[in-house]
Ligand binder design. Structure first.
Ligand code: SF4
Length: 347
């Protein structure tokens, strides 16, 4: 049964080489098989048409492809496309393609559900099922890349790891997948085009710095006042703003890169001038950019969108401190594009 076989995407190139040499094959065969898996994005052994049938059968006896399958697609008037993927064991998660004038950005998931429980997030309400494997994360990205080429006529230009799950709670698998996505033997994407977003797992932010990562880091902050952040992001009770700030400072010292802060404006919750002052004070710790995100209300919601005037005052304060700030308009609000909304609806 496939469920008892190992995913071929979970073995290294040297393991593949030893395996094939053990089968009595020449070493270059391993490179051919490797190429099929990582460069051509094979989803079955049968596709490998320059590999002999007996060798394909042998591989298929021992290994499987744990593919993720797109089972539902919905597109927005603004051309954002959202996809519901299903794993081999029947779990569902989401991936999104967001086109703009000169690029297509994909937003990807790293876990099925999430245990972080952020109050404003539909994924938090799904509960946590399991981590995606590195092979599943890779296949999600490869599939989105194909879909981008089919729908928009261009491959992915950027990846944001902001979909379902907290990537730093699935550290090894997420980093292994990014490694493959950036490898010249695979998709060859520049790490500068990848942004990982975390809700603030302070020790893992230091871990990223120690691992010398080359992709971008973004912090989902949403409040720079402990008492408020405790309410909307329970992770703050474990790693408060002081610990988060120390981790960010450590990250900046080691990597020299600029942090981005995501700030979801929740009407009447975190959008006052006091909140803006706390935000600019907190972000002084290192060079940064702030992305203000307008809230995407969904049915049965307790949160609402910030009104225009309050939003403008908030932004004016940030600009007065000479911090780069951008407003991200809600994309795909007609198709439930915020994290977890589609999986919740299709549950
Ligand atoms: S916002 Fe991110 S970290 Fe928070 S519950 Fe949702 S998926 Fe998890």
């Amino acid at each position: 049964m496939d469920s008892e076989k190992k995913d071929i995407r979970e073995i290294s190139k040297s393991e593949l080489e030893s395996l094939l040499v053990g089968y009595g094959e020449k070493k270059f065969r391993a490179s051919q098989v490797y190429d099929w898996i990582w460069k051509k994005g094979a989803e079955t052994f049968d596709e490998m048409n320059n590999i002999s049938k007996p060798l394909r059968d042998k591989l298929a006896d021992e290994f499987c492809f744990r593919n993720v399958k797109c089972i539902y697609t919905v597109s927005s008037v603004d051309k954002t496309h959202k996809f519901l993927f299903e794993t081999c064991d029947g779990y569902r998660f989401e991936g999104v393609l967001i086109p703009s004038a000169d690029r297509v950005t994909s937003c990807i998931s790293t876990q099925i559900g999430c245990q972080m429980g952020c109050a404003f997030c539909a994924t938090g309400q799904l509960g946590f099922k399991r981590n995606l494997t590195s092979g599943e994360i890779f296949h999600q990205v490869f599939s989105l890349n194909r879909l981008s080429a089919e729908i928009f006529g261009t491959p992915l230009s950027n990846i944001v790891i902001m979909g379902m799950g907290e990537p730093l709670m699935n550290y090894e698998n997420t980093l292994a997948a990014i490694d493959k996505i950036c490898s010249p033997d695979s998709m060859g994407m520049s790490p500068q085009r990848i942004t990982m977003s975390t809700c603030g797992i302070a020790p893992q932010i230091k871990h990223l710095a120690d691992d010398g990562i080359r992709f971008n880091l973004s912090i989902s902050l949403h409040s720079a006042i402990d008492s408020k952040r405790n309410e909307i992001m329970p992770i703050n009770r474990k790693y408060n703003l002081k610990e988060l700030s120390e981790a960010i400072s450590y990250f900046h010292e080691k990597t020299g890169t600029r942090i981005t802060y995501e700030y979801l404006m929740l009407g009447g919750v975190n959008d006052s001038l006091d909140d803006a002052r706390a935000l600019t004070e907190f972000t002084k710790v290192s060079p940064c950019k702030i992305n203000i995100i307008e809230y995407n209300p969904h049915p049965d919601d307790t949160f609402r969108r910030t009104n225009k005037e309050t939003l403008e005052n908030f932004i004016r304060h940030i600009e007065s401190r000479n911090i780069v700030v951008t407003i991200r308009k809600s994309k795909g609000s007609d198709i439930a594009a915020a994290c977890g909304q589609l999986a919740n609806m299709k549950k």
